[in-house]
Design a protein around this ligand. Structure first.
Ligand SMILES: [Zn+2]
Length: 605
């Protein structure tokens, strides 16, 4: 007797044994029990998930001789059922849409449909791959579907329902078959093996999980694979043989790549990619499989349990992988994102290998997850150091030259703003500007002769609009005054205001505020030289700061080194491994508190 493949031998003969399509089966059984039968059904879904099987069961049920209510329908035992199961029933006509796709075939079908069933109650036409029909054939079929003979039921099966004309779709009761879950497939395989008499200890559960996963939702594919595995393993189904059978060499490379990425060993990652390339493997597939490995490691990391399709061996490997990542789920998320992007790139790229290699190297050099925590910690340190500067006048005064003024500038002495009572030693300046008084608080500041009224006092003057100025005669105080002036100019003449906002106060002496502005283009220069603009600026500056006589704009921003020489800036550069990209005056009332360059660029690592 010739061997019948498992998929045919174990084709379900009852609705109970259909795997993975419970809602559809239930609906059809109810329809049969209540005799609410449509004239046309559409079974849509991927291949190998039970569409044709279910269509045959429906045909059996429609002609089953079992009396309603006496037992399950179809019964699979009466002569009518057995004829359908054996493919001998005259009233169940199966047509392959791919090879009978023309109008003549459909016309013949239509003519034939008119005749009453030969033996049963209904004539059932099962048209497989119905999307293959030609347009005229569809039109002919549509006529039949519009006015079908009472004894006819059509079951149209397709893997591509979207290719069917809307007119056909609208006349069918549609059922969407879903891919069968790997666990359901594995269970079905186990049951079939039991019924085949294969001993339980001859089958490794991991092997069935591997087979089920390789079948990708198709029970038919899973059964074919099982057939092969049984033959290959001489009646045993071992994980090792299934792996060999499925050719999972690529999978090993994917595991290795995931491993290398998690360990940040770029050489190993590149070697793995090279190995895959020289073995002729599809690198996009390698990328996808690596993604899958990392995805499952993520699931395991997040849920604490592997997904049901994971074999025991794989679960162990996944746990080992998860232990490699320093940041747990965060690290895995970074890798997944990176590989997803790489995969998208690879699809478009003429050099997918290079794309994958770039991604691999980049991912190996990803920031360490603990970096964020370290940065926060460093920020806190920096903050407390800043507070420390504010709290200890001696240190501050001794170590901090004024930030924004070039070194030789005589007026560039510095005093730190501080949140502490006045009267503390040297250079202490109260935050709230006081009435003009003797500059005793800055006695030691060089070049600070009180000859000209300083901006600090000046800015405090106009009713209530006092600027919080750190110290008279300092550029820091000047910066706050300048911010105030710029704000007012912006209100009156926005264009000019925005240009001036780029300016940096470099000094203040004898009632002259010296401001460096960027070397702009001709337009900028014109704007700044324009007498009207100049007058407006002076007018506003003098109004806001009565002691101010002049504003001197000098093209060209101060050198960065002047700022970078500041110990706070140096400390920040060192802490964050950053670099200075821009130096700007700090505006606003808090200016006095934060006299550091506001934009300290650079990437924390
Ligand atoms: Zn029956």
């Amino acid at each position: 007797m010739s061997y019948q493949v498992l998929a045919r031998r174990w084709r379900p003969l009852t609705f109970e044994t259909v795997v993975g399509q419970a809602p559809i089966v239930r609906t059809l059984r109810n329809a049969l029990a209540q005799e609410r039968i449509a004239h046309a059904y559409l079974f849509a879904g991927p291949r190998g998930v039970g569409k044709t099987t279910t269509a045959r069961l429906l045909a059996m049920g429609l002609n089953c001789e079992q009396s309603p209510g006496a037992g399950p329908v179809p019964c699979a035992t009466c002569p009518a059922c057995r004829e359908v199961a054996a493919g001998r029933a005259l009233d169940v006509i199966e047509i392959d849409g791919a090879s009978n796709r023309g109008i003549d075939e459909v016309r013949a079908l239509r003519d034939n449909a008119r005749y009453a069933p030969a033996r049963g109650r209904r004539k059932v036409y099962i048209i497989d791959e119905v999307h293959m029909l030609t347009e005229p054939a569809f039109n002919a079929l549509l006529k039949t579907l519009e006015e079908p003979p009472a004894h006819v039921v059509f079951v149209l099966a397709t893997t591509e329902a979207r290719r069917l004309p809307a007119t056909i779709l609208s006349r069918c009761q549609r059922f969407d078959f879903r891919p069968i879950a790997g666990t359901e497939i594995a269970t079905a395989l186990r049951r079939i093996l039991d019924e085949e008499g294969v001993a339980a200890d001859a089958v490794e559960p991991d092997a069935l999980r591997l087979l089920a996963r390789a079948a990708d939702g198709s029970l038919r594919d899973a059964l074919s694979l099982l057939d092969t595995a049984l033959a290959y393993g001489e009646g045993r189904v071992a994980t090792r043989t299934v792996q060999e059978l499925l050719g999972t060499g690529g999978a090993d490379l994917a595991w290795n790549l995931a491993d290398a990425l998690l360990r940040r060993t770029a050489p190993a990652a590149l070697a793995g990619i090279g190995e895959a390339a020289s073995a002729g493997l599809d690198l996009t597939l390698l990328c996808q499989e690596t993604l899958e490995v990392l995805r499952r490691a993520l699931l395991l990391a997040v849920t604490g349990a592997p997904d049901p399709e994971t074999t025991d061996d794989e679960a162990t490997r996944l746990r080992a992988l998860g232990a490699l990542g320093e940041g747990g789920a965060a690290d895995l998320l970074l890798l997944l994102r990176g590989l997803l992007d790489a995969e998208a790139e690879m699809r478009r790229s003429p050099h997918p290998r290079v794309d994958l290699e770039i991604a691999a190297v980049r991912l190996c050099e990803r920031p360490r997850p603990e970096a964020i925590e370290t940065i926060l910690e460093r920020l806190e340190q920096a903050e407390s150091r800043l507070r420390g500067y504010g709290g200890s006048a001696e240190t501050a005064a001794a170590t901090q030259p004024d930030l924004l003024a070039p070194a030789p500038e005589p007026a560039s002495s510095g005093a730190r703003p501080a949140d502490r009572p006045s009267g503390s030693p040297a250079r202490v300046v109260p935050r709230t500007p006081r009435a003009p008084g003797p500059p005793e608080s800055r006695a030691s500041a060089p070049g600070s002769a009180g000859a000209a009224p300083s901006l600090a006092r000046a800015a405090a003057a106009p009713g209530g609009r006092a600027v919080d100025i750190a110290s008279p005669g300092t550029a820091v105080g000047g910066a706050a005054a300048w911010a105030q002036i710029v704000a007012e100019v912006t209100r009156v003449r926005p264009t000019l205001g925005h240009l001036l906002a780029e300016g940096v106060v470099v000094g203040e002496d004898e009632g002259r505020l010296r401001v460096a502005v960027p070397n702009g283009n001709a337009f900028v220069q014109d704007q700044l030289k324009n007498p009207t603009n100049r007058d407006l600026l002076l007018e506003i500056a003098r109004r806001l700061c009565p002691g101010l006589k002049d504003v001197v704009l000098t093209p060209g921003l101060p050198e960065v080194p002047a700022a970078s020489a500041h110990p706070l800036v140096q400390a920040a550069i060192e802490l964050f491994e950053g670099e200075i990209t821009q130096v700007r005056a700090v505006a606003g009332p808090a200016a006095g508190d934060r006299a550091a360059p506001e934009t300290l660029g650079g990437e924390a690592r």
